[in-house]
Ligand binder design. Structure first.
Ligand code: NAP
Length: 304
């Protein structure tokens, strides 16, 4: 249980409702900021006016999956007000306060460094990233179906990157009957791709390997689909770029060449907000319980 733990939840989308519901079940004291248009109430929660945000006394602050924008803006779909996480707000928290966000952003990292607060980007965790890959793959299948006039079965698909998302994407499209080849740079990944019955290639061979594909799904957060790689691809090839913004594709060149290239961030929150929210809620419950236990054992130690 999280009895006595003060947690501020700032902004977010439908996924955050699962987090709030779960933390409320665990008896945390919840302070909801950016939920003024939400009619539903949660036991043990208080809505805080977005104009008058105070984070004094908070043990933890939960930010949306996207973290913050470059100026500290916090996405809040249940509020019409603009919410900005300022340095003063962070400074007003107790020193032990931990900030949890989905992703790390430059703004957040710099702010936490300046104010000496701990930032936990929960999507960095392997368990969260692997669970999250499930709705991501389903969203990718949806996009491929929407943007092609041929079946996945029998099509030639290249998946770029073989991390937690790339592996799930590659395996699922192969199971749907596509001819899947996967680009990676580590020998162990090339070996695993072979073992899984797909065709491996090294990323240095990208240009040659993409010359006859129908669909390319990128998961590498670096410019891999550069203009010279795109120039070697068939014009009809569909590109779905899953990598976090700005993606790994030269979108400007793709458009100039008449290629369909889609940057598709945040698919779990779009196709399965409830499941995606439960994934975050599970991880946050574990992390907050650990934090709470640690704080209580330190309090007990100082009382002795
Ligand atoms: P990951 O496990 O870290 O995998 C990243 C992959 O990219 C690995 O194969 C890695 O290779 C490769 N890579 C990274 N930097 C590279 C570089 N400079 N050159 C070549 N290869 C490089 O990450 P993940 O969890 O799969 O996530 C991948 C991306 O998808 C992230 O940007 C993530 O934010 C995004 N994502 C998007 C969605 C969505 O809805 N669109 C959902 C989930 C994740 P090495 O192992 O050799 O470094």
């Amino acid at each position: 249980m999280l009895t006595g733990l003060n947690v501020a939840v700032i902004g977010g989308d439908a996924r955050q409702l699962e987090v709030i519901r779960r933390l409320s079940e665990h008896d945390a004291n919840l302070f909801l900021i950016g939920f003024d248009q939400l009619e539903h109430g949660y036991t043990g929660s208080v809505k805080i006016n977005s104009h008058n945000i105070s984070l004094e006394g908070m043990d933890a602050v939960i930010l949306p999956v996207s973290g913050t924008g470059s100026e500290g803006q916090v996405e809040a779909v249940f509020s019409a007000e603009e919410i900005v996480l300022t340095r003063e707000m962070v400074a007003s928290t107790p020193e032990h306060c931990i900030f949890y966000s989905g992703m790390r952003t430059k703004y957040l990292e710099e702010l936490m460094e300046k104010e000496k607060r701990k930032l936990v980007p929960i999507l960095d965790r392997d368990d969260v990233a692997i669970y999250n890959s499930i709705p991501t793959v389903e969203g990718t299948i949806m996009l491929v179906i929407q943007h092609t006039d041929f079946t996945i079965h029998g099509s030639n698909i290249a998946v770029i990157g073989f991390g937690r998302t790339g592996m799930s994407v590659a395996r699922t499209f192969a199971a749907l009957g596509a001819n899947v080849k996967v680009g990676a740079r580590k020998q162990k990944d090339l070996a695993r791709i072979t073992e899984m019955g797909m065709k491996p290639f090294h990323l240095s061979e990208l240009k040659d390997e993409l010359s006859s594909i129908d669909i390319c799904i990128n998961t590498v957060p670096a410019l891999v689909l550069s203009s010279d790689v795109l120039a070697a691809m068939p014009v009809h090839a569909l590109i779905i770029d899953l990598a976090s913004k700005p993606g790994g594709t030269d979108f400007h060149y793709a458009e100039k060449r008449g290629m369909k290239a889609i940057l598709a961030p945040g698919l779990p929150g779009i196709v399965a907000p409830k499941t995606a929210g439960q994934i975050l809620a599970n991880a946050l419950t574990i992390l907050l319980t650990e934090q709470h236990q640690l704080e209580r054992s330190m309090d007990n130690g100082s009382e002795r």
